[in-house]
Write a protein that binds this ligand. Structure first.
Ligand code: ZN
Length: 56
């Protein structure tokens, strides 16, 4: 069992910008946008959800 997996979102490697509004579990927060600069990982400052840009 791994409840952490719910907080990790894998996105397409070509993705430049993601938005987060707190996810599907009703905990929502105002929509925020993050840009992958040289990083392949973004952690949402509101809800802690982790976005990982998958390498090829
Ligand atoms: Zn969030």
């Amino acid at each position: 069992m791994s409840f952490m997996a719910d907080d990790i979102v894998e996105v397409d490697p070509k993705t430049e910008t993601i938005s987060c509004d707190g996810g599907e579990d009703g905990l929502g927060h105002p929509a925020v946008y993050y840009t992958f600069n040289n990083e392949n990982k973004i952690v949402c400052g509101y809800c802690g959800k982790i976005f990982i840009r998958k390498e090829e």
